[in-house]
Ligand binder design. Structure first.
Ligand code: NOJ
Length: 785
């Protein structure tokens, strides 16, 4: 949460490695990363041709030293810097974190996390969030926004960075990813899609040394089909959207580090998906020179001993050709020209330079630090932040019409998460009291490079007090858990409603230790519910939590409010008092017990061998709801679920063929475009239905389309997969028509032998409902009889 700089460099020596064909054997199965060489040059596909010519002409004017600098980060005013070349009028490139705020900046906004954005299931809001974020990056002089995140996807409920991204469902993440990128790049800022790929745990994300033995970073063993249908899926959407850059992950994939994995970077990203931008290493995640360059890595960050002047020497030695170096730079500069970043882009705010510790006294590259400092770039973004915060809150339980509140006169507020956190020098002083984060204060975001630097936070307690003041209600609060758990608190009178705030922290660099609320939050709920028969629980959390208290009948309502950003208090007040009708839906599954989840974090307490850390994704495609469906486990609250203050139904499902002509099992061959074979995105069916608001207040519904492939699909196919959703606002007793477009890729599986997407023969089941376990209407149809 505090801009904690835990981007600790791996303690790995910078020695060059040979790019060997890594092979891992697990339970008789072999996981390999075959070499895919050479690295394919960019062609300016996707409308980038004019920008490509400009980039080529730029590169043709560079000296070798300048070329080396164009692909190697240097110390400068941002978290990542490419040096200026003043003789060519190039002012350099500024990379800043991250996915929910410009972190290396003052006077900027802290937006809701990706998780909250996903929980809105509202693509327009998601795009607006991307655009507003990027506006602040641009105003602060940052060319590259290090986000959005689709890796981790969320294989493990305990993953420490899942909240930075969107959802363990690749379709939902893919759409949220693409719309965020659109918002960012339409504003003229480069998106950096990260981290590719298989980065599903924090534990051992860096290599370490134990008793002189170098223990390598975690190795994710993932089969080809699972890579395509889960972990690569959102990246395909991101590439299709025209993402400017991609960040390689810290981990190994099938035995080879991501930054030198030619199968991933050359094979999957550049060849199969037709990625036209550049691949930048994660900070300190480059483990070799020439092998990485050959494998498709285009830029080393933050820059050090690996690329730089070694590049010229590698070319002299014949490790790769000058044309590869030229392609690296063309890849960097094409999106720069495409987004017009050469035309009047603002300078870096010097207060950002202060944050990264660059005062200009040692500035051999001549970064411009003359711009105005401490720029307020927040505009009116608080309005959007507040809206996403409340639209990303999921109402899980609501009995006895507990919510919305109808002007209760006596209000009780409980728990650390209700309160403001201590501020110091205008910044929150977030001291981690335990592995569970900081004790005092609410949780507008979690921790690490994906967090933000607050200008202010509206705490839940202050927003509730302001609301109560409007109509003269009385608020009593007991914040400290150490007063609540031993029953040390006394109330003047039993409140009409008791609002209990609990939280669950996570941060980059560590996985979660538990799925329970931090600081005994669940016990706090039980203690309050023992004295208050109208207890409403609000959780601020990084993802799934166990909620045994849901069975307590004194707990009348539960809201999963995720990580709403700086307007955390206002967002929840809008839901509690009904200014906003809840419309968030779970972008993950809430289980009854921890053992219901799969995808464990791999850990070894006393590693002795280099390859001690292996994580084999034996569950294949069965993560989150796919796993619960497959293993027939009843969730407490299923994926896609969320209540409203009104009710909805769906009728009149109709399916029409949308494809003109014969539907072949495999897509017709075509030149690869960004996103892959363009025919994968051909519409095969249109599905229409009518959604009715059957209640008496206006509300927003999220009809969801789930598809089951026929039994002719290979073993390991999930029982169902989300393949459409739509957020619609409907007046009381009114209805609206909704259309889903089913694309070829949505009804295909990845055939590992054909190395292609294949539509299986037979009837495809289509179901429309309001969650993964709710069926309002269904239909079966064969694409290929
Ligand atoms: C490491 C993180 O993994 C990455 O997401 C971030 O962008 C860089 N550090 C830069 O801070």
């Amino acid at each position: 949460m505090a801009p904690s700089d835990n981007n600790v460099m791996p303690s790995l020596s910078s020695c060059l490695r040979l790019l060997l064909l890594a092979v891992t054997q697990v339970n008789g199965l072999t996981y390999t990363s075959p070499s895919v060489l050479p690295s394919p040059p960019t062609e300016g596909l996707g409308g980038w041709d004019a920008a490509l010519s400009e980039a080529q002409s730029f590169v043709s004017q560079l000296t070798l030293e300048e070329k080396q600098n164009m692909v190697t980060g240097v110390k400068g005013p941002c978290v990542g810097n490419i040096a200026p070349i003043s003789r060519l009028g190039f002012k350099g490139l500024c990379f800043q974190d991250g996915p929910l705020a410009i972190r290396q900046a003052t006077n900027a906004s802290v937006f809701p996390a990706g998780l909250s954005a996903a929980a809105t299931w509202d693509n327009d809001l998601i795009e607006a969030r991307g655009a507003a974020l990027a506006r602040e990056f641009k105003d602060k002089g940052s060319h590259v926004l290090l986000g959005p995140v689709a890796g981790p996807l969320g294989r493990s409920a305990l993953g420490g960075r899942n909240w930075e991204g969107f959802s363990p469902d690749p379709y939902l993440t893919g759409l949220a990813f693409a719309r965020t990128i659109k918002g960012i790049q339409d504003t003229g800022v480069q998106a950096c899609i990260k981290h590719i790929i298989g980065y599903e745990q924090e534990t051992q994300r860096f290599p370490s040394k134990v008793d002189g033995v170098e223990i390598k970073a975690i190795n994710s063993n993932i089969d080809d089909r699972t890579i395509h249908e889960l972990y690569l899926w959102p990246f395909a959407d991101g590439v299709k959207q025209g993402a400017a850059s991609a960040m390689s992950s810290y981990n190994r994939i099938n035995g080879t580090y991501a930054a030198e994995n030619s199968k991933v970077l050359n094979g999957l990203l550049k060849e199969e998906l037709g990625f036209q931008g550049y691949v930048v290493s994660d900070w300190g995640g480059t483990y070799s020179g020439a092998p990485s360059v050959n494998a498709g890595l285009d830029m080393e960050m933050p820059g050090g001993e690996i690329f730089g002047s070694h590049i010229g020497k590698d070319i002299d030695k014949g490790a790769y050709k000058m044309s590869r170096l030229d392609d690296m730079i063309v890849r960097v500069m094409t999106p720069y020209y495409f987004l017009n970043q050469n035309k009047g882009f603002p300078s870096v705010d010097p207060s950002s330079a202060d944050i990264v510790g660059f005062d200009g006294s040692d500035n051999p590259h001549g970064f411009d630090l003359s711009g105005s400092s401490y720029r307020n770039v927040r505009r009116d973004h608080a309005i959007l932040i507040r809206q996403i915060g409340s639209d990303g809150a999921v109402l899980l339980k609501n009995t006895n019409h507990a919510l919305p509140l109808s002007k209760p006169k006596e209000i009780g507020v409980f728990g650390y998460d209700a309160d403001a956190f201590p501020m110091s020098n205008g910044q929150p002083e977030l001291i981690r009291d335990s592995p569970y984060g900081y004790k005092n204060g609410s949780l507008p975001t979690a921790g690490g490079s994906g967090a933000g630097r607050f200008s202010y936070v509206v705490s839940p307690l202050s927003a509730i007090q302001a609301k109560a003041h409007e109509y003269g209600a009385h608020v009593q609060s007991v914040i400290k858990h150490s007063d609540i758990i031993p029953d040390k608190f006394k109330l003047d009178t039993v409140p009409d409603v008791c609002l209990v705030f609990i939280k669950s922290w996570a941060t980059e660099g560590a996985d979660r230790l538990s799925l329970d609320a931090d600081f005994d939050g669940n016990l706090v709920v039980e203690k309050v519910a023992a004295v208050c028969d109208n207890t409403v629980v609000i959780s601020h959390s990084v993802g799934p939590n166990l909620m045994d208290f849901a069975d307590n009948e004194n707990v009348t309502a539960i809201i999963a409010s995720h990580l709403p950003g700086q307007e955390i208090g206002n967002s929840i007040v809008d839901i509690l008092w009904g200014a906003v009708n809840p419309s968030g839906k779970l972008p993950y599954t809430i289980a009854h017990k921890a053992s219901d989840y799969n995808g464990p974090i791999a850990n070894v307490s006393n590693p002795t061998t280099a390859d001690a850390f292996e994580s084999t994704f034996t569950e294949g495609l069965m993560i989150d709801y796919r796993h619960f469906d497959h293993s027939k486990i009843k969730p407490r609250y299923e994926f896609g679920f969320g209540l409203s203050y009104t009710t909805f139904s769906i009728k009149d499902l109709d399916v029409q063929n949308a494809y003109d002509g014969h539907i072949s099992a495999r897509p017709p061959s075509a030149k690869t475009q960004p996103g892959g074979n363009p025919h994968l995105y051909d519409t095969i069916f249109h599905i229409t239905c009518t959604v009715y608001n059957t209640g008496s207040v206006k509300g927003k519904a999220v009809p969801q389309l789930y598809i089951s492939l026929p039994s002719s699909a290979p073993d390991g196919t999930p029982a169902q997969a989300l393949r459409g959703y739509n957020k619609v606002s409907i007046g009381a007793h009114e209805s609206t028509k909704v259309t889903f477009s089913v694309l070829r890729k949505h009804i295909s599986y990845w055939d590992v032998t054909a190395q292609d997407w294949v539509i299986p023969k037979g009837k495809i089941d289509l179901r429309v409902g309001f969650s993964s376990r709710d069926v309002q209407a269904s239909h079966s149809i064969a694409a290929i009889a």
